[in-house]
Design a protein around this ligand. Sequence first.
Ligand SMILES: Nc1nc2c(ncn2[C@@H]2O[C@H](COP(=O)(O)OP(=O)(O)OP(=O)(O)O)[C@@H](O)[C@H]2O)c(=O)[nH]1
Ligand SMILES: [Mg+2]
Length: 459
Amino acid sequence: MKNAQETICAVATPPGMGGIGVIKISGPEACAVPGRIFRSSKAVTAFRSHRLYHGFVVNPETGQTIDEVLLVVMRAPFTYTCEDVVEIQTHSSMAAINSILEQVLKLGIRAAEPGEFTRRAFLNGRIDLTQAEAVIDLIKSKTEKGLSLATHQMEGTLSEVVQRVRKSLIRILAQIEAMIDFPEDMEDENFADAEAALTAGVISPLKDLLGKYDTGHLFREGVEIIIIGRPNVGKSSLLNSFLRKERAIVTSVPGTTRDIIEEGLSIKGIPTRIIDTAGLHPTSDMVESAGIQFTKKRLSCADLILFILDISELLTPEDFSIFNEIRARKKIIVANKVDLVRAWSAKEISQHLCATDIVEISARFNTGIDRLVDVIYETITGSREMAPPSVAPNLRHKRAIERALAGGQAALSLMNEEESPALIAIELQEELDALGEITGETTSHEILDEIFSRFCIGK
Ligand SMILES: Nc1nc2c(ncn2[C@@H]2O[C@H](COP(=O)(O)OP(=O)(O)OP(=O)(O)O)[C@@H](O)[C@H]2O)c(=O)[nH]1
Ligand SMILES: [Mg+2]
């Protein structure tokens, strides 16, 4: 991590064409920047905090105007980073943005690292680590439900639960430490109170939190759905049908799709990636077999498989061989081309494959797609109506909670066995440290570096 005392700058808006581009400056020298490169009808020294001012960014060496902008000075501590912050809203042309950034950098302001603004908000105590992580989740959220999960966490819902558990734990630890310090006063004491407090105030809420991981993961990370089948059964047509646009090339020539084609799709609020693949069959064509290798690789880690059959043709040995490979996986069998004369009924297909529930569709005419979406949703959620929980740990939190729980359970059994308070205190302290990692109180620099490196520059 670089020096947190330096003033930093970055472009906060994504590259490309757009209405406005924002350049953000934060740190002790931020408020001096407008006086050097900004000209307005009002004296820069008279600018009030958190007010937008109209003016021009100029090159101070040549006096040449770079762009007409709006500028805001936000004085500490009521800013994103808790430092002095200046934001310049310019026209979003790469030339204007880069020229302004160049002028700012020339003043000795350093280019920010990914996530450095949010890291400062964390280091300056405005947000804890779970809230900082929620900022990444929010930026990356793909559906409204994923967004709502991130917003809740940003408001501190997860931190509240963790802090409540920590407080209970600190009280129990204090009680146990008193037993170590004043053993004579504690002769008639036993661990009954501490055991009850540990179970109700610590172990049970932590188990409850762990139980919310899977649902949170679903709405945060989403699922990968792969469409497979032999050539020409209509895989690409189905992708296009889901997306309601001609995303993949569809032709009557078997082996049309060679590369992996993937797109994001919300299935009733659950973010998914739908992957169209090359048709699976034995081939000597070099390009096609490279595509098939790609397909097999992605198939191995997909969360759900859509196995497509052509109902207008009899099942082929290729269909059987693909089905055998995915027999044990989470899958939906989809019979396509129901608009044509059927070679077999769905019932006959299920008998031949020894599988139930075949979803019939016509990808060409978009029939049965809504039903297929329902079946996908039910398969992903296990037929439960799902809403994003207001509190849900991510994988990092989950691991820390598991460690904390292990410490809690160990302390509980030591209390049961009436072991020495010193041993119990060690377990409770470990539990406390694990919980502190979630909110950032006891998190190592390496973990912080890893978390903030996932941010984009300018956030
Ligand atoms: N009648 C009918 N034809 C369809 C349907 N779905 C796809 N087709 C046709 O089947 C042919 C193959 O469709 P694709 O979507 O390219 O099939 P694919 O499985 O992606 O094929 P490859 O990429 O070669 O593996 C095209 O001529 C489509 O128009 C359908 O529901 N009904
Ligand atoms: Mg295709």
